[in-house]
Structure formats: C-alpha cells, structure tokens
Design a protein around this ligand. Sequence first.
Ligand SMILES: Nc1nc2c(ncn2[C@@H]2O[C@H](COP(=O)(O)OP(=O)(O)OP(=O)(O)O)[C@@H](O)[C@H]2O)c(=O)[nH]1
Length: 609
Amino acid sequence: MAKPIQYKPKGLKESKEVVTVYENITVQELADAMEKSVDHIFEVMLYIQYTDKYDSPDSEIDNFHVVKDIIAKSGLRFRFKEKKKAIVKENKDLEPRPPPEPEDLVRRPPVVTVMGHVDHGKTTLLDMLRKTNVVDKEFGGITQHIGAFSVQLASGETITFLDTPGHAAFSAMRARGAHVTDIVVLVVAVDDGVMGQTVECIRHAQEAEVPVIVALNKVDKAPQNVHGIQLEDFGGDVQAIPISALKGDNVEQLEEAIVALSEVMEVKADPSGFVEGTVIESRHDMGRGKLATVLVQRGTLKKGAYLVAGASWAKVRGMFDDNGRPVLEATPGTPIELIGWRMLPSAGESIQEVESERRAKEVVEWREKQKKEEHQLEAHRVVQERADVHREDYKRRREVRLNKGYRRSSLYRKDRVKEIIDSDVGPKLEIVVKGDVDGSVEAILDTLDSYMSEQCALHILQYGVGTVNEQDVEMAANFGGIVYGFNVDCPETVKKLARSKGVSVRAHNIIYKLMDDIREELTSRLPPKVVEEVIVIHGDRMANRRFLWRAAGELTSLKHFKNEVDSIKTDVECGICFADKTVVPQHGDRIICYERKEVAQQLEWDIDF
Ligand SMILES: Nc1nc2c(ncn2[C@@H]2O[C@H](COP(=O)(O)OP(=O)(O)OP(=O)(O)O)[C@@H](O)[C@H]2O)c(=O)[nH]1
C-alpha cells in the first residue's frame, strides 16, 4: 500500500520572507531588518512572555527565542548571522604633544585679563597700560584692537593683556576649556566699592584657579575710601594696589606687581617644537580677509607654518602685532594677528601646528566627519525620543479605545484585541472619518460596522463632526491613513499640510461612493492569493509548468534518459529530482503535480445600505 507522505510542501515555505538577525539585536534593528515599525515589534511582544524589559527601541533582545517568536508571529522566517564587528576607524585627529621637559622651559610674558564692574575703569586702565609701552611706535602703526596687546616695561619685562570685553570673553574661553589667563586684574572703583560684577569676577577667577590682583581705581577721586574696601571675599592674600587709571598714577606699580607675581608663579613655556596656542578673536577684514588673533603658548610660530584650529586650518601667510606691524616670529605669551585661514576659527579654540597641508586637511576632514556623526547621532536620538512619545501616546489611545469596549464597531471589541493587534502584521487600512452632522457620521460608522472580514484590518483612527482639520491629518499621517470627509470642506491650509505629509484627503457627498472608495482601498491592500491547480497530465505537454510534489517541494530536475527536458509526455518514463533530498520516494507513492498561480483576492464585504 502506498504510504501517505507527510512532509510539508517546501515550495510554499520558501515564499516567506527571510529576516537576517543576530545575537543581542535591538528592537530598532529588528524592526529595520523586518521592514516593520518599532510599534509593530512592541505590539507583537505583548503576546510573548518575558518581554517587558525590552521597552525601548535601543533595548537589546538577549533572549533569542523572543526574536524567533516575533519573526514567526509576523509571518516571516529568520536567518542567523554573526553581527558584524564595528569597524574601528583609525583616529586621524591630532595627539596633544607630551608635556615639555623642565629644562626646555623658559620665562614668557604673563597673560593678564582685566575685569571689573561696569564703569569701574577697565577700558581707561587698558588704554593707560598701552601708553606705558616703551617700544618705539614711530613705525606709524596705529593701535588696533586685535583682542590682545603686549606692553614692554622699562625693566625689559613684557606683559600680555587680553582686551576682549572682560568676563564674557573669559567665560567663553573657559567654556571651551582654554586656559589662557595667568593673572586677573580686578578693577574696583573706590568711589563705588565692591559691586555685583566684582563678586562675580572673583568667583570666575577662583573657579579657574587664576590669582587676582586688585586695582583700587579712581583714587584721585576718593582717596579716603581706599582702606574702606572690604577684600575678605577675595580669599587669601590678595594684593590691592591703589591706582588712577585716568591719570596713570601707580599704573607702573601695578605692572610691577604683575611681573612679581608671574615670577613667583614661574610663568614659563617651551619655545621649541610644534606650535600650540589659542584663538583669542577672529574676524573678517574687508581688505585682508580672514583674520584671527592667536596667543602662542608653546613653540615659535613662523610664516609658512600649517595650523589647525577646530575644524579650520591655515597656512600662515603673514603675522602682525597689535600695531599692525609685520612680525617674523612669535614666541610663547605673544599675541599676534595672522592671515591665511581657510575658514574662520572660533575664539577659545586651541591651535596646533602640523607638518603639512595634507595633514592639516586630513585632521580637519576627520573632525568634520566626527562632528557630522555626532549630529547624526543626536538627530537619531531626537527621532527616537519622538517615536517613544508617539508610541506611548498610541498605546494610551488604543487602551482608551479598547477599555470603552468600543460600542461603535466590532473592530474595537475587547475580545478582538488580539486580532486587531495581529492584524497589524497583515494588510490594514487606517482611516479618519469626518462628517457634516451626527447623523451622517453615524450612518457611515454603522455601515463600516458591517465589515467583518479579516482579510484586511480596518481601523477607525478617529471620527467626528466638522471640517477636516490639521489634527485629523496629523493623525492619519502618523498611521499612514486616509481622511474621509462626508459633506465637509477641507481648508486650503489643511490640504497643504496633507500634501506635505503625503496624506490623502477624500471628499465625498454620496455615502455609497464613500463606501466604494473604502472598499477599493481595502481591496487594493489584499495580497494576491496563491492557488494551486492540479495539472491534468493526460497527454498534455507541460512546458513551462512548475511541478510540485506536495511532500517534497519543487522539482529541480526532469530528465528523459540523460537529457534535461522541460516536459514529458503521458506514458513516457522520466527521471525526477526533488529539492528536498530527505524525501525517499517509495514504491507506489503518488506524484501529484501542481501549478501555483497568483490571483487577485476578492474582498468579502456585502455593503448593506
Ligand atoms: N576720576 C577718575 N575717573 C576714572 C578713572 N578711571 C576711569 N574713570 C572714568 O570712569 C568712567 C568709566 O570708565 P571706563 O574705563 O569706561 O570703565 P569700564 O569699566 O571700561 O566700563 P564698561 O566698559 O562700561 O564696563 C569713565 O568716565 C572714565 O573716565 C580714574 O582713575 N579716575
């Protein structure tokens, strides 16, 4: 007797889509691999045990059975693959130079920032300090504001002052982690005393661990107040030097105090090797182009050097001091303005010298790429966050809908929750219904209630009376749905929004036409049905037909003697080979051949008006 063959038809199984997965795949990655939404994965997980912990798109699914289950429940098959190791990119950024050897250090000018409360005399003091410069200004150089200037004292010492507006610049530099200032000169007008900004400046200086020298200013105005200034807040031993910035009294004493303090602090730097520095200011000059004031902090800068600052680079074409005079080289502690930038660097950015233009470009490219990747990650994070909010919102709304037991439509009955959710896997139509009056909306919903088929799920996202509005469109957009309006308008602005979101808004004023429209939409979503027709063999030629042995899948070979043939005639002997090699045909087995055809599905819905 012929033994019934029990194998499953392989040929049919092959038609399922295969999802490639790997260990510890995240919810998002699984959704991507399945070409489904993250929501879909979460919903399927509602029906799988021990999945509560996978509650965000970034959650790694560490239980492979869960992954398999999700895929199976979605009507797909899986293939396991080793996760590709993340390619470690070669870091092309610059390495900071190792700290200098103590024997390479030499004294350099201290860098001073002048701070103080508004109107206490910062600008007046800076002007006066500039005037104390003993260096010959015959060159005709006009004092320029470049953000910093050097003052050479009669003693031969040099001090560098930063004159970018007070603490704003100081804070900006600090925010970028630039440690530029060695000493803060805090201007306190004796006629006004310690004020709000004074205290703030002290705090800034203390946080940056920069020592403070107090310039008690305007002593010419109120000399009697000098001893009344309370300096306790300044912490520790703070030098206070009474000056008149306006008249220049004691300004040299202040400079000497700065030099003395810098000696105690051993303000030193290594003038050899590749240059390191900080951008103090940058600007566009009509005539000279892109300019940046740079404070050299290590090495000696020369014309022709290649510098990188942030994501910009320069080949130094020229260097100028604060009097606009060209300089040939700049040693540590020296501020210079330089030209040759491809892009303007920002204040506070640190500068490093590189060996060549090629290297400068490479570093900049690398940094730009890094920045872009960071932006992309950030954008991805924002999108994720929004998706999370959306998902929560969707769950909440669905919960409300289900808890109401949904009087209107059997589509929402609680006992059908699972079906609804499962139906998310298959074809579905999401709609928003708006009508002119209660009665018409009611009539539409009643008619939709008569749709019971499970061929394509029909979800009513929301319904109501009134014109189609933005919210209807947003709702439809979120679910890839369609808005149906019955006897209602759709304002131009809403139409525009719908266009931009790719939402179709359909206006009808005859109810059966609206229903036909919905029926068409439902039908168009049905996948073609695969039917199997038993091929009648009697003497027919069967060219181009595919054979199916129900048990053994497709025929991979059909031979007449030694020749591969397309068909075989009735009563002619032939050799056949099956895809499934595990099947051993037995004497008396019947071979039934099928042809598989795809036919359009008909929607089962008798609309009852
Ligand atoms: N009598 C006297 N007036 C001074 C002295 N120093 C500055 N002033 C005056 O105080 C006023 C304010 O001085 P500025 O140098 O502009 O003060 P500032 O701190 O730079 O002010 P902001 O830039 O607004 O924060 C000006 O009218 C100066 O002339 C001083 O030593 N004696």
